[in-house]
Design a protein around this ligand. Structure first.
Ligand SMILES: [Zn+2]
Length: 184
């Protein structure tokens, strides 16, 4: 991807170009050291169950000398993963229609930086990451969404002079969007 971008200085940022190869944990079979397998929640991609796996602390390296050939094949065939921008875009589409939402969607489509996307206790997130009195549009809705649940997702996106703040309810409810000035 980097090469393509270097060859075409006019190529635009896009969800498609920003997708990343799937990444997996790594491990070996207990008692069978030396062969590195790709591991997900159920076990290795080549079919060895989780209970028999000793997990490594690093991610699976498909081109490594000790990589299991079947795991390597499966990793190569795995679907690529969407960028943070694409994943957040897919959530924000469900927010109430309005210019703030639409401006955020268009910022995400052109690669605006997702500077923060975390889950945690609403009160703590509100205290440390959201300056309610600086939000220009949607401050009230954001305050309500933060007050409505014990824990929420919080995403922030920088675009030009603006920082968008998105509250993502854990119950799958509508995300709430506001924006305010970006601070260094
Ligand atoms: Zn394997």
């Amino acid at each position: 991807m980097l090469i393509r971008m270097a060859q075409d200085p006019y190529s635009r940022w896009s969800f498609e170009a920003a997708r990343e190869p799937a990444r997996f944990g790594a491990g070996e079979v207990d008692g069978v050291p030396g062969t590195e397998h790709a591991v997900d929640a159920d076990g290795t991609l080549c079919g060895i169950p989780e209970q028999r796996i000793v997990r490594y602390r690093h991610l699976f390296v498909a081109h490594g000398r000790h990589a299991c050939p079947e795991c390597r094949r499966q990793v190569a065939a795995a679907p690529s993963q969407a960028s943070a921008q694409e994943r957040l875009h897919d959530r924000v589409v469900a927010a109430a229609p309005g210019s703030t939402r639409d401006d955020l969607l268009s910022a995400l489509r052109t690669g605006a930086k997702v500077v923060r996307w975390i889950d945690g206790p609403s009160a703590g997130l509100a205290q440390y990451y959201v300056k309610l009195d600086e939000l220009r549009d949607g401050a009230e809705a954001v305050a309500q969404a933060l007050g409505a649940a014990e824990s929420v997702g919080l995403a922030q996106v920088d675009d030009g002079p603006w920082r968008f703040t998105v509250v993502l309810p854990h119950d799958g409810g509508r995300p709430v969007v506001a924006r305010g000035p970006q601070r260094p």
